[in-house]
Each structure stands twice: as structure tokens, then as C-alpha cells.
Write a protein that binds this ligand. Structure first.
Ligand SMILES: *[C@@H]1O[C@H](CO)[C@@H](O)[C@H](O)[C@H]1NC(C)=O
Ligand SMILES: *[C@@H]1O[C@H](CO)[C@@H](O)[C@H](O)[C@H]1NC(C)=O
Length: 456
């Protein structure tokens, strides 16, 4: 394993760590999701069809152009919609819709954010609003690279939608919920013409990195059964920093800079699995209980800082809990490696650092190979000169170009291909899909001027 502590530390110092959210409230920011009735699941949620719009509004606080340059949004919306939790029970969540100026309302990108937190107040619909006034909470929920990616997509004229795919309980790693919420968010977007102008016949691409790749990939896997009518709408999925096997991630990140992912993942699952909640309550050693309690009330960056290099697997009274069959079953139920392949109607672009220090590249190699055997068209880029955090930015231009080709109606390759490249970024200067200010921002991000990115 390559442990790049200096990079991570500089990345962390580059990210704006949020003030406690209570201070944001004191400053007059919009109410937290946990106290905002717009986020409440209606009592009669069962009476809504999947993806049905429950309510909509303008974001309480305006969403700006991400503090960068001049990409003015024409409009933004929040839509509350019916979806299903990890077990298929009715629930609701919130979609953010970003409409750029001169939007092509026939092209919709569903961007799944790597929220990676167990606190519902880290939901992207909420965090995005702080772009307008403070940037505070942003650093905890959406990393610098992801903002650039979303902005790059808006620059194409695509309408960008972002589901709060962890649902109303902050169910990080309850990945079937994330898949449901992504698919129902697309349904809600396609049904929102009178609100957003999105055409009901719009073509939809999906994109996500790391935690967001799981949501996007699960949406594709679950689509044939859960949302069969979307077959003709979905043009492809670009997924990077892929995470096919959760038990392997736990072993890989323990005692590394990413160790906090174990804590946020366990607490995310505890939010929806009584079994996991019981294990947390009974197994976490007393001296670590307060640390874990904090994770339930904070977002990704502080979670990572709290557990930097920690041996999280040893923070329990009986370490065999990690291999207990009932716990392993939960982890596998939410791991792509143990699920069916997506339908061949959804082509995939997969990008992964060969040195990825969160999820070993071998797991993605075998996932891609299984998908290819099942008839899915997968264009797979294995990138050598990167690691998990930096590939989010380095790999983005190619992913964006791949999505653009799909939106432009070019067919994906009929067969699978794998390319191991020194760097996906070598040709960035010639990549015409990106406006120059974004190329500059991306280069600065990677060149250390701002600091490399850090996405979990
Ligand atoms: C959700 O679904 C599970 C499994 O189908 C069921 O046992 C449980 O009672 C349901 N919970 C609620 C709150 O409906
Ligand atoms: C630890 O847990 C395992 C599996 O649940 C159990 O078999 C074992 O007896 C436990 N060890 C202790 C010391 O409690």
C-alpha cells in the first residue's frame, strides 16, 4: 500500500473544514435538513408512486457558480420525491436540479456526490447552498474536485441533478437505497417539466466517483427490475474510484488516512440496520464511544480527521465482529461484487487508479470482467500516476468526454476494452470539452497550488 500522508494532509488543509453546523444556523443560514419540514417523509408516503414529486421549491439559499468563474445558473430547484429505502420500503428524499444558462433540457446528468457521511445534515441538497454565501459546510460534503466536475457538466449545457442518495437517515453504505434514490430522482426529474423545463424524453447519463460511483453503479444494476421504463432514457454510466467490495475496503483502509471511512460506514449502516446499531452500542470500546458518537453528527472531512491512521478495527471489544456471518452478510448485500451485473443497455466508463488505496484495483478488475461477461460494454481506464483522491480530478476530463459522446448520440463500443495508462491527464491541454478556466482550476488543484483533491 502506498501511504501518501503528506499529500493527504495538504489536501485536508486545503479543504475548508466546516464550522459546526449549529453556527451556520446562528448565522441565519437555512434550517438543517433534520429540522426542515421540506425533508420530512410524508405520513402517506405509501400512496405516492415511485419517483412521484411530493413538493418543490427554490433552494432556501441561492446556489452560486461554485465560487469559480462565470457560470451563471439560470435556475435551481429542490424537489422532494418518493423513493424506497434499502429494504424496499417507501421513503422520500430530495433532489437538487441545476439548470445552466442556455440549457439543453434534453440532456440530464445525474451526478451522485460522494457524501460518505452518516449525518443526514451532510446531504448535498443542503451543502450546495452554502456555495452562495460561505462555503462552510461545502468542504465537508462536496470536495473541490466534485464542484469542478459539476461545473464542467453545466458548462456543456446539461441539466445536472443531484439526489440526496443516502436518504433521510444518512444511510451511507446502504447502497441499494442510493441506487433507488438515483433512479427515482431521474424519474422525478423527467416528470418535472412544468417546474424545471426538463423534457420528459430527455436522455440521462449518470456519473459518480467513489461513494458516488456506488450510487451510480447500483442504480444501473437495479434499473431493469426497479425502473424498467427508464431503459430508453439511460445513455450510460461513468464511474470512477470504484468500490466493489466493502469488506475488502475495511481491511484496506484500516490504519491509513482513510480509516475514518470505516466509522462513517458502520454508522451509516447502523442508521438503517438495527443489527449494526446493536453491534455499535455493545461492541465499541468505552474509550472510543465519544469519537463514534461524533461521526453521527458530522460530515466526511471531520470523520477522516478524527480517525486519521487509526486502527478502527481494534476499537471493538471482540474483533471477530468484523467476520461475524450476520455482519458480513450486511456488508456483502451492499457490495456490487455480490450483486447481478447491470443491463447491457447501459454502457459503462470505469476509471480507477492502479494504486487506489481505498479499494484495491483487483476488485474493480474482476467486477469489470464480470460485467463484460454479462454483455455490458465497459471502457475501462486503469491509471498509474494517481491515487484514490487525485484520480477524481485527473480522470474527470476523459469521463466527461465519454459522457459527451453518449449525449451526442455516438454509440459506445460494442465490446469491452481495458487501457492501462500512465496518466489520463497527459492530454488535458487538448481536451476541448473543458473551458479554459476549468482547465486552469483543475491544474491548480493537481499542481499543489490549491492542493490535491481528497474524495472518499
Ligand atoms: C421494511 O421492510 C422490512 C423487510 O421487508 C420489514 O421487515 C419492515 O417491517 C419494514 N419496515 C417498515 C418501517 O415498514
Ligand atoms: C467473539 O465473538 C465470536 C463470534 O461471535 C465468539 O465466538 C467468541 O466467543 C467471542 N469472544 C469473546 C472473547 O467473547
Amino acid at each position: 500500500m502506498r501511504l501518501q500522508l503528506s499529500i493527504v494532509v495538504s489536501a485536508l488543509s486545503a479543504v475548508t473544514v466546516a464550522a459546526p453546523v449549529t453556527e451556520d444556523v446562528k448565522r441565519g443560514s437555512p434550517p438543517l435538513p433534520s429540522t426542515d419540514s421540506f425533508y420530512s417523509v410524508p405520513d402517506n408516503i405509501d400512496s405516492y408512486a415511485l419517483g412521484a414529486i411530493i413538493d418543490h421549491r427554490s433552494p432556501p439559499s441561492a446556489i452560486a457558480a461554485f465560487g469559480l468563474d462565470p457560470l451563471n445558473l439560470e435556475a435551481s430547484y429542490q424537489i422532494s420525491y418518493r423513493t424506497s429505502d434499502n429494504f424496499g420500503n417507501a421513503t422520500s428524499t430530495v433532489l437538487t436540479v441545476l439548470v445552466p444558462n442556455n440549457a439543453d433540457t434534453s440532456k440530464v446528468l445525474s451526478y451522485q456526490v460522494a457524501e460518505d457521511a452518516a449525518d443526514p445534515n451532510c446531504a448535498p441538497s443542503y451543502a450546495m447552498q452554502f456555495l452562495a454565501n460561505s462555503g462552510g459546510l461545502l468542504g465537508t460534503a462536496v470536495t473541490q474536485a466534485e464542484i469542478l466536475l459539476i461545473e464542467a457538466a453545466l458548462y456543456q449545457g446539461w441539466v445536472v441533478i443531484m439526489p440526496d442518495h443516502e436518504g433521510p437517515l444518512g444511510a451511507f453504505l446502504a447502497n441499494r437505497m442510493s441506487g433507488h434514490a438515483t433512479l427515482d430522482g431521474i424519474r422525478a426529474a423527467l416528470a418535472s417539466t412544468s417546474i424545471t423545463g426538463i423534457q420528459s424524453s430527455a436522455r440521462v447519463g449518470m456519473w459518480g466517483y467513489s461513494g458516488g460511483s456506488m450510487a451510480s453503479n447500483w442504480a444501473a444494476v437495479l434499473q431493469p427490475e426497479y425502473a424498467p421504463e427508464l431503459t430508453d432514457s439511460l445513455i450510460g454510466a461513468a464511474i470512477g474510484g470504484t468500490v466493489p467490495n466493502i469488506p475488502n475496503v475495511i481491511d484496506t483502509v484500516n490504519e491509513t488516512p482513510f480509516a475514518g471511512l470505516i466509522a462513517s460506514g458502520v454508522l451509516g449502516l447502523a442508521n438503517v440496520y438495527p443489527l449494526v446499531a446493536t453491534v455499535v452500542n455493545t461492541e465499541i470500546l468505552d474509550q472510543y464511544k465519544a469519537k463514534f458518537d461524533e461521526v453521527a453528527q458530522q460530515c466526511f472531512v471531520p470523520d477522516i480527521l478524527d480517525f486519521l491512521l487509526a486502527d478502527v478495527k481494534s476499537m471493538v471489544s471482540n474483533q471477530s465482529v468484523w467476520t461475524r456471518p450476520d455482519i458480513v452478510e450486511v456488508l456483502q448485500y451492499n457490495s456490487l461484487e455480490y450483486a447481478q451485473a447491470p443491463p447491457s443497455s447501459i454502457p459503462f466508463y470505469v476509471y480507477k487508479s492502479v494504486l487506489d488505496e481505498v479499494s484495491p484495483v483487483a476488485d474493480t478488475d474482476s467486477l469489470v470482467s464480470a460485467y463484460c461477461s454479462a454483455g455490458v460494454s465497459v471502457e475501462y481506464t486503469r491509471d498509474i500516476a494517481s491515487e484514490h483522491g487525485s484520480l477524481a480530478a485527473i480522470g474527470a476530463p476523459k469521463a466527461l468526454m465519454w459522457l459527451k459522446d453518449r449525449f451526442d448520440g455516438k454509440s459506445a463500443a460494442s465490446s469491452c476494452s481495458t487501457n492501462t495508462v500512465v496518466s489520463s491527464l497527459l492530454d488535458i491541454a487538448t481536451i476541448e470539452v473543458l473551458p479554459s478556466f476549468l482547465v486552469d482550476a483543475l491544474s491548480a488543484l493537481l499542481g499543489g497550488e490549491i492542493g490535491p483533491t481528497f474524495i472518499g
